[in-house]
Design a binder for this molecule. Structure first.
Ligand code: ATP
Length: 438
């Protein structure tokens, strides 16, 4: 078996995701919609596993963290205070000939339109990326609302609620997973830049003098996360922003970048945000968001270290990273070498023949509420193994005619194709051990 662990093209990943039911273009039967995707059966399982891995990982790093689920809709004052109404813009130009829109910072306006080849641009202007909507039946100013462009603001505006009701003490974190919406001018590169996506964010509240220490703590914690989730070392890096590129309130920001098929791009942002966010909300809401320090007997507004990663971007990075092709007996085997904890299906239960479906189903039923397992009975055994390889299933348990007599099954490992016979009543332990190693 020769290993050709190729770097896949984006088209290869897109095709695999569609073919195997990970990701579909949204509203496809109506011609599709730009910058939005639907996650199919395997994609939604894999996203659940990514969310769990992230949640488990931060809980492994610290006990001082609680979780929140804020709303997608928030009224205008929130976005005024956060600065999104004023500053959350990208510069845009239109081609007056073909009417296509582009980000002007990504184009050379001296050159013709990449779409129609003519040269007739509008002036560049700022385009706010937030989706606006109206809340309630009264269509006056008071009902303006926006779909959140990031999950963080719900954490900031609930800081005092959480602080006073959750028995937390500074330093502590509030974490949240949820949808965010940005009306990107040019959504592109598949799941990398979409208009609807999901974020996993940690806002860590600490005293000002400890900002640096906790920034370093989270850099290290996030490094461990990427190691443990299994991204290849050579495919991700930590890129610290130069002082001149920092926001005015940030003293340090580091991007985790992944080597996507279209280049090195941001996967996660880790930022020391000072007390900018809580100060802004204090100022705009008129509510006191300061906490009282029992030691110094002084009130202060906590500082924040933020870690923010997109679920969909991470999903894309994991798919690209895990993709491999191998030559087996003159045939190409495609496999996803996903961490078993992330793979959509942890184990497939396979009867060698349909005649054995009853006992094989019994095994499946004994596992289905404990693990992500799939019962797979159609097609030749070779084809079923290949299909499971291609969707990243680390283990296949095959029930054959001998199993009837010896109460054993064959376990086949995805990465090595090694096959071993094990007792049926040790399947559960085998799966647990495989997940433990991950
Ligand atoms: P970019 O510069 O790529 O637009 P950003 O710096 O605006 O990203 P943040 O506001 O820091 O991104 O958002 C945190 C994370 O949310 C990003 O690192 C990314 O993983 C994810 N994210 C942001 N925008 C999108 C998008 N349009 N589609 C998918 N994921 C996104």
């Amino acid at each position: 078996m020769s290993n050709q662990s190729v770097k896949p093209s984006l088209e290869t990943i897109v095709a695999l995701c569609k073919r195997r039911g990970f990701v579909y273009p949204s509203a496809e039967i109506y011609g599709g919609v730009n910058g939005v995707y639907d996650f199919g059966p395997l994609g939604s399982l894999m996203k659940q596993h990514i969310r769990k891995f992230w949640t488990d990982h931060i809980r492994k790093e610290t006990d001082n963290i609680v979780f929140l689920e804020g709303p997608i809709l928030a009224p205008t004052p929130v976005w005024k205070a956060s600065g999104h109404l004023e500053n959350f813009h990208d510069p845009m130009v239109d081609c007056l000939e073909c009417k296509k829109r582009f980000r002007s910072d990504e184009l050379d306006l001296e050159k013709p339109c990449p779409s129609c080849g003519k040269h007739n641009w509008t002036e560049a202007r700022q385009f706010n990326l937030m989706f606006k909507t109206a809340m309630g039946a009264m269509a006056d100013q008071t009902s303006d609302a926006y779909l959140r462009p990031e999950t963080a603001q719900a954490i900031f505006i609930n800081f005092k609620n959480v602080y006073s009701t959750s028995r937390v003490k500074i330093p502590f974190g509030i974490a949240q997973i949820g949808k965010a919406f940005r009306n990107e001018i040019t959504p592109k590169q598949y799941l990398f830049r979409t208009r609807e996506f999901e974020q996993m964010e940690i806002e860590w509240f600490c005293k000002d003098e400890n900002r640096k220490k906790f920034f370093e703590f989270w850099l290290e914690a996030r490094h461990k996360f990427y190691q443990e989730i299994g991204l290849k070392d050579e495919n991700y890096r930590f890129d610290a922003h130069k002082p001149e590129d920092l926001s005015h309130y940030s003293s340090a920001t580091t991007d985790v970048e992944y080597h996507f098929p279209f280049g090195w791009k941001e996967l996660e942002g880790i930022a020391d945000r000072g007390n900018y966010d809580l100060s802004q909300h204090t100022k705009h809401s008129g509510k006191d968001l300061a906490v009282f320090d029992e030691e110094t007997k002084e009130s202060y507004i906590p500082s924040v270290v933020e870690c923010s990663v997109g679920v969909d971007r991470l999903f894309l990075a994991l798919m690209c990273d895990a993709y491999a092709e191998e030559e087996v007996d003159g045939e190409t085997r495609v496999l996803l070498k996903l961490n078993p904890a992330i793979a959509p299906i942890t184990a497939a239960i396979i009867p060698l023949s349909k005649k054995l479906s009853e006992p094989a189903k019994k095994i499946y039923n004994s596992l289905k509420f404990k693990f992500s397992v799939q019962y797979d009975e159609s097609g030749s055994i070779g084809k079923r193994y290949r299909r499971q390889d291609e969707i990243g299933t680390p283990l296949c348990f095959t029930y054959d005619f001998e199993s009837e007599d010896d109460n054993m099954v064959t376990v086949r490992e995805r990465d090595t194709t090694k096959q071993t016979r094990i007792p049926i009543d040790s399947i559960e332990e085998y799966i647990v051990n495989t997940l433990k190693k991950s």
